[in-house]
Design a protein around this ligand. Structure first.
Ligand code: BG6
Length: 461
């Protein structure tokens, strides 16, 4: 098992499957361009896809994607373009992989990024092995890692048949976000915050991942997953693990990952009473969506962590498409103050920390201050920090750069992935009803009856 230093040799070729796909267009080309700009990419970049394309078409697609970025620079793009190579072929076809073997030439430490639908993972890994492409290799796997606990275990088995755990990089781009890393830093770098970080002072934690947009461009894929597989099993549980973990004993990769994983293992499996699923009105009109689909585009969930620090503190999560805003925000709500010099009733107007993870990072501290007058009553004010985002590295640039350099600190691990599936497995699919909600609202009304913090949800604005 890696400790984050043993396997830090730099890759000498970067191969990405799914080169003509959405992820490549939206994330991978911009990340590669940015790496070239920062002088961090100088190895061959080989795109693989089945689109009847040639290299010029790949380059044209890459240009279109990169030109959309705010910092497009012709010279930088030309450098990226000169590194690009392309293989067109079916993932089930041996000749695709013999062509790849040939293209790799003398490369001894290739890295393969599987930016493809999960049903192709096993085939591609088996074919890579058969074509002798896996010697000295690392593999980056995109989420979702399986459809449930059983298929995740199966996928891990396939990967481990050919690769050591240290050569497998399970990507969750939330772990690459500066704002998510700040959840860990902010707490451990400020002892006063860390001292308050338990059920002694914290009433509840809320994570809202709201998105205004629907799933129009990926109806078919989304309809096979739904919100829980798409963002809860991975991104949301990773955010919870960063918020709730114990302090790692060192900076070593293993130590940080151990703590994130340990707390995930203590999250109780969900029961049907812990969730409300929703589907926006009009979802069935989306191209690729089954006419009778009961897949959720919204979920509100209540997690509990069975350890001494978090006993009795609910962690609420709300995710959804077609909601009123596009904002991801964490609220750490403090318990009501009990002090007899104050004449206050418990209204929920209590102190908090607010972490806005996107679109623009913000950290807010809600503090009570006295209202003018004779009574000892107060109201909440907020201190806000808006970190400088100019130098923040986009998550895919950070993670692909780390993978190329052999640093797996910000990736997930087999036991962490399985621990997260164990939590959501009991409520996946149609285990609970799905309720309709109108676009532009905060989900179905059933949420207010069933899954909500003691003093109601904080709706980010
Ligand atoms: C992806 C999901 O993993 O994350 C999408 O598949 C979601 O459905 C996206 O929109 C959100 O990422 P971010 O970085 O914009 O919060």
């Amino acid at each position: 098992m890696s400790n984050g230093t043993e396997h830090k040799s730099k890759a000498d070729a970067f191969v990405f499957f799914g080169a003509s796909g959405d992820l490549a267009y939206k994330q991978i080309f911009p990340a590669l361009q940015s790496m070239v700009r920062h002088g961090k990419l100088d190895i061959p970049v080989i795109g693989v896809a089945k689109s009847n394309w040639n290299l010029d078409q790949l380059k044209a697609r890459a240009r279109e994607s990169c030109e959309k970025q705010p910092k497009f620079d012709e010279a930088v793009f030309e450098k990226l373009s000169s590194l690009l190579q392309y293989i067109d072929g079916d993932y089930a076809d041996d000749t695709t992989f013999s062509a790849l073997r040939e293209q790799l030439g003398k490369a001894e430490r290739p890295i393969y990024y599987l930016a493809i639908p999960p049903n192709f993972f096993s085939t591609v890994i088996d074919k890579l092995a058969k074509a002798d492409c896996l010697r000295g290799a690392r593999v980056v796997v995109e989420k979702p890692f399986g459809r449930d606990l059983a298929t995740a275990k199966q996928l891990n088995k396939t990967l481990r048949k050919h690769l050591d755990e240290h050569a497998i990089y399970r990507i969750d781009h939330y772990l690459g976000k500066e704002t998510v890393q700040n959840l860990i830093y902010f707490r451990f770098a400020n002892p006063i915050v860390d001292a308050a970080w338990s059920n002694k002072y914290i009433e509840s934690v809320e994570v809202t991942m709201a998105e205004v947009f629907d799933v129009a461009d990926r109806g078919k894929l989304y309809d096979e997953e739904g919100a829980i597989r798409d963002v809860v099993q991975n991104h949301m549980l990773q955010v919870i693990s960063c918020l709730a973990m114990e302090c790692p004993s060192s900076r070593a990769h293993k130590s940080i990952l151990d703590e994130r994983t340990r707390v995930l293992k203590h999250v109780k499996p969900l029961s049907p009473d812990d969730i409300v699923r929703g589907q926006f009105v009009g979802y069935h009109d989306t191209k690729g969506v089954a006419p009778e689909s009961t897949v959720e585009t919204f979920a509100a969930l209540k997690f509990e962590i069975a350890n001494r620090r978090w006993e009795g503190v609910p962690f609420y999560v709300r995710v959804g498409k077609c909601l009123p805003v596009t904002i991801t925000e964490v609220m750490v709500n403090f318990k009501p103050t009990e002090n007899e010099i104050l004449n206050e009733s418990q209204s929920g107007d209590e102190g908090y920390y607010r972490f806005r993870l996107s679109p623009k990072e913000e950290i807010g501290q809600g503090i009570k201050i006295k209202k003018p007058g004779e009574a000892m009553t107060g109201s909440i004010g907020e201190l806000v920090i808006q970190p400088n985002e100019q130098d923040q590295m986009p998550p895919y640039e950070r993670l692909l750069g780390d993978a190329i350099n052999g640093d797996s600190t910000l990736f997930s691990r087999e036991d962490a992935v399985e621990a997260a599936w164990r939590v959501v497995d009991p409520i996946i699919g149609d285990a609970t009803p799905v309720y309709k909600y109108d676009k532009g609202t905060w989900g179905p009304s059933e949420v207010e009856e069933k899954v909500k913090p003691k003093f109601g949800w904080h709706n980010p604005k």
